[in-house]
Ligand binder design. Structure first.
Ligand code: FAD
Ligand code: NAD
Length: 331
């Protein structure tokens, strides 16, 4: 019997591992606490259109990732994003063009992970709280107390602080994962019925509560009206204001935006705030993936590598590679 492999987390890392394992002829079962796949490559459906609140775009530098990105582009799941790119230093806004290729899911960022999910078996709205090994197989328990299994192996593909809690079966692994700190980010979306009078479409920001801003209508496939923007606060500001009410976060970041954008910014006609508790790893690691291969427990995620979409995909590939290698070795 081909006992399935459980994958906890259906963000880019979990989906990457799932693809590699199914391509090798193995069965997988994905679990995610959210109502859909994608994790931090999320897009929020709103009255002003889809808003990419997490990952804004991604780059491809690794040769294998470049190849897969090309395939996704040929499938029509991705487009290149070529914004009028600016930077802001000490309140000075300047054009900052470059030749970097940047990709986005179309018509929203989450469309890419939705396409990657395809027909893979997945259980959503299912927060896994316990991962334990019986005599022969693994079992999972969710937040409602329901158990799932049996599974031959488990891949944990969630942010490090959430992964550590699921690794009590492998204390050494749990200790390494628990040492990884992740930083928060407040994201705010603003919508203006009358378009702002600025050529800016994307901006890397320094010396401000803001770190980044993007204009949605510059992204292929997005609605052009109203004029919606996504602002990301720095992790330092987000940490300091972690418990601030969303309305206050919106107001403070709107003011920071108005200060740097160089045109009149009226009250927004639409606004929302989203707090990412585990947005990015505090420090870079070069782990690719972690495992207790003899036990059959694997861990992957962006935090094992670059803290970016590319790192998440590579980490999922590596977890799957190590699982397949161990399986081959022991067959
Ligand atoms: P995630 O996407 O976090 O996936 C983990 C999944 O696990 C989630 O779906 C979650 O619901 C699920 N989960 C967690 N715990 C449990 C549990 N107990 N049981 C079941 N399911 C669980 N990267 C870039 O390359 N470019 C960018 O511009 C960029 N901007 C970003 C901006 C922000 C605000 C944020 C937050 C991230 C950004 N990133 C960016 C990073 C990028 O989004 C991540 O690197 C990547 O999406 C991480 O994928 P992942 O699969 O490792 O984790
Ligand atoms: P990238 O090459 O576009 O950017 C990397 C970094 O280089 C930028 O953060 C910026 O500081 C700088 N940079 C690049 N082009 C620039 C330009 N034209 N002018 C001025 N500065 C420029 O993309 P990447 O390496 O794939 O990184 C992805 C992006 O994702 C980064 O901006 C990173 O900060 C962001 N990210 C954000 C979070 C979060 O939680 N907010 C998490 C992970 C990654």
């Amino acid at each position: 019997m081909n006992t399935p492999i459980a994958i906890i987390g259906s963000g880019m890392a979990g989906l990457s591992a799932a693809h590699a394992l199914t391509a090798a002829g193995l069965c997988v079962q994905l679990f995610d606490k959210s109502r859909g796949s994608g994790g931090r490559m999320a897009s929020k459906r709103s009255e002003v259109g889809d808003l990419d609140l997490g990952a804004q775009y991604f780059t491809a530098r690794d040769r294998h990732f470049v190849d897969i990105v090309q395939q996704w582009q040929e499938n029509g799941w991705l487009a290149e994003w070529k914004p009028a790119l600016y930077q802001s230093h000490g309140g000075q806004l300047s054009l900052s063009p470059d030749t970097q290729l940047r990709f986005i899911g179309v018509p929203r960022m989450s469309a890419l992970t939705r396409n990657l999910l395809g027909e893979l078996p997945a259980t959503f709205a299912c927060r896994i709280t316990e991962v334990f090994r019986g005599e022969q197989h693994w079992h999972l328990v969710d937040a409602t107390g329901q158990s799932h299994g049996p599974f031959s192996k488990v891949i944990v593909a969630v942010p490090a602080p959430q992964a550590a809690a699921l690794l009590s079966a492998a204390p050494k692994l749990a200790a390494s994962v628990a040492s990884v700190a992740m930083e928060p980010v407040w994201a705010v979306a603003l919508g203006f019925d009358k378009a702002l009078d600025t050529p800016v479409e994307g901006c890397f920001v320094q010396d401000s509560p803001l770190d980044w801003l993007a204009r949605n209508r510059s992204k292929p496939g997005r609605a052009s009206r109203p004029d919606t923007w996504v602002l990301h606060a720095t992790s330092a500001w987000s940490r300091q204001h972690i418990d601030l009410a969303p309305e206050a976060v919106i107001e403070q970041l709107r003011c920071a935006f108005a200060e740097l954008i160089g045109c009149a910014v009226p009250e927004a006609d639409f606004s929302l705030a989203h707090r990412w508790l585990y947005a990015r790893p505090a420090h870079a690691h070069q782990w690719s993936a972690l495992a207790d291969a003899d036990l059959g427990l694997y861990v992957c995620g962006d935090w094992c590598l670059s803290g970016r979409v590319e790192g998440a995909w590579l980490s999922g590939q590596e977890a799957a590679r190590r699982l397949l290698e161990h399986r081959e070795h022991n067959s």
